[in-house]
Design a protein around this ligand. Structure first.
Ligand code: FSO
Ligand code: SF4
Length: 540
């Protein structure tokens, strides 16, 4: 196996024996094969469209889900990947019959093999290292990881009945293009186009979420526990949460959010449920201890599974793109009702959660809420009470080096405000950093995809202050990344013209030195230094 798609990749170079995330080499190779099959299918859909033929929404969703299922920590189940390869080959076979011009079809289109041994053999030849030139490999993978992140966001919109066909068409064309002999310049253009598609994908999801659940509003979220048995819901899928809340109503079982599900508490249509009682625990990587003390069952709706300990493995349920061998998977395809009876009955037999924290945290500062406070914010900036906004969105992770972000937040002067989204917030959202004239110093917009909100806020402030360039705003970017959704957020920010983003705790291993140079020269991308140096550089 060879995988270097996330920030925790072995030695910041590549996982080759087993994933640091816990992914086995068999699963890693089958994921590579699924990507290969998906590139083949994407070539066919792209060529069909060029012939003026329709590609169904179901096929778009299938491709999106293929990519989403391979993101870090989403799915560890070998059989799931084998089945998705089979299904992808079936769809491709059907579509090929509709294609008139079958000349010059790529190798990935022509490949069709259902024998497991031969599939494994093939998987060894089509992974990341199949591209020999390191710059081309770097750019191709940068595009693919961006598309994986984009797929996660599209999938969340799809389950709510929202689609943007333009985004699907782009994604499939881009997947196909990663198989072509494009020049470095053409690949760089494709990277930027991927970022632009990322903006559209996040806009789509923002629209889907806010029109379904209302605009997030300032909300105090309980981080303690109550006396009823509970279900902990993790991941990012608000539609799963909504269904779980409906089905637990009146059962005596409480629902708690975990990690990236915390922002669900900010939506009017979700927070109205009395059985949504708070958030339990912290970012994804602390789940081994926190799932144990939760006592009740846990529903993983998307990525961010840490291979469970035997002591609580029987309490883990997965659904959607998530999966782990031996854990119960709750079925339900895009937009369909799911039946959570089994997990609810399971919860009833469990002890209430053990309290690990108490009090509350405040969030809900997505664009609509912040823009309604715009006057107050602009006044505070004009009066010099707020000198800088620091975007510290992104991810949290296991490495000690990430304590940098807690220290950085603590070291920020009192006239700065942190704008955050994603699980990175857990590094400083319980520090009690106070407020500036009633504006909290940590404004949480929501999940990683809600980084879109931060861009909307920046654009609004640019308009209010009458600036020509978004980079003239008193906003600096110190972003933490872990997996591929953060890659699309980064590319989206670049597409919006944001410059001088600092990215840590390490730059991606998949960026070759030459590609890093391109990013440094054109966008001012930089890594992180010491807290003192970075405060000096970014704030003073
Ligand atoms: Fe991932 Fe990052 Fe949103 Fe966290 S981008 S790691 S759990 O912020 O979640 O999906
Ligand atoms: Fe390694 Fe990350 Fe890939 Fe897992 S996802 S195998 S940790 S690079």
């Amino acid at each position: 196996m060879f995988c270097f798609q996330c920030q925790e990749t072995a030695g910041n170079s590549g996982c080759t024996v087993k994933g640091v995330c816990g992914k086995s080499s068999e699963v890693a190779r089958m994921q590579d094969l699924l990507m290969y099959a998906t590139k083949g299918l994407s070539e066919v859909t792209t060529k069909l469209r060029a012939e003026g033929k329709e590609v169904s929404k179901e096929i778009n969703h299938h491709i999106t889900l293929n990519l989403f299922t391979t993101i870090t920590n989403a799915n560890f189940d070998f059989d799931v990947f084998v089945n998705r390869v089979y299904q992808t080959l079936d769809i491709k076979k059907d579509l090929l019959e509709k294609l008139d011009n079958k000349e010059n079809l790529g190798e990935a289109v022509l490949w069709d093999e259902r024998d497991l041994e031969k599939m494994d053999e093939k998987s060894r030849k089509v992974g990341v290292l199949a591209t020999e030139n390191e710059d081309v490999r770097s750019l191709r993978e940068l595009v693919i990881y961006g598309l994986k992140g984009l797929s996660a966001y599209s999938k969340h919109a799809n389950v709510l009945g929202f689609d943007n066909e333009e985004v699907d068409i782009f994604l499939q064309e881009a997947m196909y293009k990663t198989t072509l002999a494009l020049s470095v310049d053409e690949l760089i253009a494709l990277v930027l186009d991927t970022g632009a598609a990322g903006v559209k994908g996040m806009e789509l999801l923002d629209n889907a979420n806010t029109s379904t659940y209302g605009n997030p509003e300032i909300t105090e979220v309980n981080i303690g526990v109550k006396n009823n048995p509970g279900i902990l819901i993790s991941g990012h899928d608000l539609c799963d949460l909504k269904q779980l809340l409906e089905q637990t109503k009146g059962t005596g079982v409480d629902v708690y959010t975990h990690s990236e599900m915390l922002p669900a508490n900010y939506y009017p249509e979700l927070k109205k449920y009395d059985n949504l009682v708070g958030n339990y625990g912290n970012a994804w990587w602390k789940q081994k201890e926190e799932f144990e003390s939760f006592n009740g069952p846990i529903l993983m709706t998307t990525n961010c599974i840490v291979p469970p300990k035997d002591s609580y493995k029987d309490k883990i349920y997965t659904t959607g793109s998530a999966g782990f061998p031996g854990c119960k998977h709750i079925e339900g395809s895009t937009g369909r009702e799911k039946d959570f009876t089994e997990i609810i009955e399971h919860a009833k037999k469990c002890q209430p959660p053990t309290q690990i924290e108490e009090g509350s945290i405040v969030g809900g500062f997505a664009h609509n809420q912040v823009i309604s406070l715009a006057d107050k914010i602009v006044e505070a900036v004009k009066a010099g009470d707020i000198k800088k906004f620091v975007v510290m969105a992104g991810c949290d992770g296991r490495h000690k080096s990430r304590n940098y972000y807690t220290d950085f937040a603590k070291a920020l002067p009192n006239d700065t405000v942190i704008l955050t989204a994603g699980c990175a917030k857990y590094k400083y959202n319980k520090l009690n950093l106070g407020d500036i004239g009633g504006i909290p110093r940590v404004l949480d917009a929501g999940q990683c995809n809600d980084s879109y909100s931060l861009a909307v806020i920046a654009m609004k402030l640019q308009e209010v202050f009458g600036l020509d360039d978004i980079n003239e705003l008193p906003i600096v970017y110190n972003i933490a990344w872990y997996e591929q959704k953060a890659v699309i957020v980064l590319l989206a920010l670049l597409a919006l013209g944001v410059k001088n983003i600092h990215l840590g705790p390490t730059l991606p291993a998949f960026l070759s030195p030459n590609v890093v140079n391109v990013l440094v020269e054109n966008f001012g991308i930089a890594g992180i230094g010491t807290v003192e140096d970075d405060i000096e550089l970014l704030i003073k």
